[in-house]
Write a protein that binds this ligand. Sequence first.
Ligand SMILES: [Zn+2]
Length: 565
Amino acid sequence: MAAPATAMKDPLTDPGRAPRRAIQRLLRSVFGMQRLRAGQQEVIDSVLAGRDTLAIMPTGSGKSLCYQLPASLLPGATLVVSPLISLMKDQLEKLHALGITAVQLNSSLTRAEEDDALATIARGGKLIIFCTPERLAMPEFLALLSPAPPVLAVIDEAHCISQWGHDFRPAYLEIAAALRALGRPPVLALTATATEEVTADIRAQLDATRLHVVSTGIYRANLRYRVIQVTNAGEKQDEVLRLLRETPGVGIVYAATVKAVEDLTARLEELGESVTCYHGKLAARERQQHQDLFMGGERRIMVATNAFGMGIDKPDTRFVIHVQVPANLEAYYQESGRAGRDGLPADCTLLYFQEDKRVQQFFLAKHYPTAEELAAIVAAAQELPATFRADALQAALPEFSEGHLKVCLKLLKDGKLLRQDRKLGYSLKAPSAKTPTYAQLAQIYVDKQERDKQALEQMVAYAQSGLCRWKLLLDYFGDAGDFERCCTCDNCLSPPALAQPMALDDIVLPELSAAPPVPLITVGSRVRVPRYQIGTVLSVAGDQVTIAFPENTTRTFMAEFVAPA
Ligand SMILES: [Zn+2]
């Protein structure tokens, strides 16, 4: 996935010397920086050359500058689509301090503030417009932008566009149609992580066939990963309390459920810890208060569900502890990656209790579109005027949540049963011989459910593996290259073969033969290991095999000690 450095011979990507000088001047005079960081120059050059660009850069590596700097050079408006209102406010204040004109449009504004913002947009000229994807999908907003359409569209947290990613947001499905309505300006998509699958989906969803991908890699040498295996809930609680006692500095503890967050917070309060919590069941005001307590340094520990996170930037976070296994490695990387953004060493610890997998399995049983629902939408649409808006359909189908309806509409559009015009109005299309059935359209969600299951298995395999944790993460993101080991994770510091020494007498070595035997060790097969009972193979990674034994214990062995049962 790591993109090769762009050769500067390509006239499309070589912005020439004058812009380079202009970039340098701006960098010093406006942004107060001496030079760009790795990847930034390539992204900025690509954007200024008018190319669709995807920048995959770890958080804290200066993604914002990749659009702020071009926005200061391009003649016209730069539109920034972001899912987070709190982040917009932050960015806006920073830009105003730099003397750059910027406005935001979202549901947090008062009427007067919104009128002000709209007037600034109507005046045109060089400015940065922040909006939510929901706002971008409003025909009124598009009409306002149309007289002077943006010259660059930036999509923040671009992985949210992919239904294969871990943080899909239905509102992101509407961005592409809105950009087409605006004459499809060049796009800069920004994300901290994207698997190859998600990258391909971003390309397809944005209709960006010549997408230039710049990836600075996801490796952050200051993050020390480790997994602590526990065998029951009591042991887990003891471990997390021990870790919190022994680890100095501020940090985040992630739990999978609201109840787990509340229980742990209460326990820590009893023990006199400086703690606050965050989850989706708190009122918006409480969430904000708790977040401010943590961000402002008034509380040392934040206990939270994954509702806490996107856009959170507390660089001095020294640790992130997961007390339950997340749904997949992307989620784990994003959440654990909130540690150590200041570049100083930080600890990312996963407490793994095999039973916790069931919690995630429960979450996986999500509601995806079905053939019956697609049929119901088409039937409801037939009762509406020939051209209708999504909100009219929503009113006719109150049993559909807004997000779910968006996903279904996208499916029908992809199946060419529905058309969307430049004003974002929908109309039904007569089926042709090539029109897929509803069941065929819904099939991709049957497949998705299967992929979600596999992603959870990969997460579990990570937790049980004896290999370098960073190597496993980099492999997952297709970013490993010739990376061998980090030398700081638990498995590098104390390889599992050494952690569980066996007396030599106990080891029954396989008989030597001329050709090494082909081991019949595959996931799911029954195997035997000296000194242990017969178990089932959970995962095979390189020469290491993770085996589940009766009574819920799992262990990792070198393959040479494992024989078919
Ligand atoms: Zn390692």
